[in-house]
Design a protein around this ligand. Structure first.
Ligand code: CP
Length: 311
């Protein structure tokens, strides 16, 4: 069954049933990537355009792979070699892309609200692949999938999201998602990196690493996004790392079966030590694997087809 919406723009607008629907569909698609022939005919004849105005490794590649594994045609637009550099507006770009009859445009942009604006201009589906510091819904979905897969549930878990909360679309989408599914979410970072009013999103807020890590089931470390910072939010990277970087010593405060997530790319030795990023508690690469399944589910639930065709 399709989602009851044309676009996937954020986790905030999804209800619990829709979240569960995407997660269970993603779980059912995961085995396709383990097959020798990694392809199902479900979206044959559909066209997906990836329009990324910001750099990406994981998100862009996995949206492309997801489309191809569903037999859709995927086209990647490199903004640096497109008419955007000649000053073409988002609206004109959208209308011209729409004239080529795609079924879905996946967009990443540095300005919050751009996917929402694009969705009003075009009749095809629009998927938000990250808009400024606003939302990154497919990332949160793959994070929820990874936790559910490993822990068997989300409700009741203590999920601590640590780092640069202010600049993080990943944090925002995950706060919406995990709280809707019943987790106990805490955000933690330096006071300068936690915007006022975060508690109104339904999470606890602390500047104390000790309190965030105590009895945590899930630790999500965030990348320090130096590219989004117009001023300095902490004295030095070394100082930040000493207080808010995750290492073996600090990890002892969490539960014995804690899992560690990170959306990537990782600043090794800054927000997390290499030992932990590559160690047994880390699910960083499982997140990337699940990203393909989640994006297959998103395409399937927006663009249609029946699940039987995927067999
Ligand atoms: N997690 C994430 O959005 O990574 P990319 O920037 O590489 O897409």
């Amino acid at each position: 069954m399709r989602l009851k919406r044309k676009d996937l723009l954020g986790i905030e607008e999804l209800d619990t049933a829709e979240l569960e629907q995407i997660l269970s569909t993603a779980a059912s698609f995961k085995e396709v990537s383990a097959r020798e022939i990694k392809k199902v005919p479900t979206l044959r004849g559909k066209t997906v355009i990836n329009l990324f105005y910001e750099p990406s490794t994981r998100t862009r590649t996995s949206f492309e792979i997801a489309a191809k594994r569903m037999s859709a045609d995927a086209v990647n637009i490199s903004v640096s070699t497109s008419s955007v550099v000649k000053g073409e507006t988002i609206k004109d770009t959208a209308k011209n892309l729409e004239a080529m009859k795609p079924d879905c445009i996946v967009i990443r942009h540095s300005s919050a609200g751009t996917p929402q604006m694009l969705a009003r201009y075009v009749g095809c589906s629009v998927v938000n692949a990250g808009d400024g510091a606003h939302e990154h819904p497919s990332q949160a979905l793959l994070d929820m999938m990874t936790v559910k897969e490993k822990k068997g549930k989300i409700a009741g878990l203590k999920v601590s999201i640590i780092g640069d909360i202010a600049h993080s679309r990943v944090a925002r989408s995950n706060i919406y998602g995990f709280t809707k599914l019943g987790a106990d979410v805490t955000v933690c970072g330096p006071p300068t990196m936690i915007p006022p009013g975060m508690d109104r999103l339904g999470c606890k807020v602390t500047t104390s690493m000790e309190s965030a890590l105590k009895d945590a089931d899930v630790i999500m470390m965030l990348r320090i996004q130096l590219e989004r910072q117009k001023e300095s939010f902490f004295p030095t990277v070394r100082e930040y790392s000493r207080i808010y970087g995750l290492d073996e010593t600090k990890l002892k405060r969490a539960k014995d079966d804690v899992i560690i997530l990170h959306p990537g790319p990782v600043n090794r030795g800054v927000e997390i030590s290499s030992e932990l990023a590559d160690g047994p508690y880390s699910l960083i690469l499982d997140q990337v694997t699940n990203g393909v399944a989640v994006r297959m589910a998103i395409f399937y639930l927006l663009l249609g087809g029946t699940r039987e065709e995927a067999q």
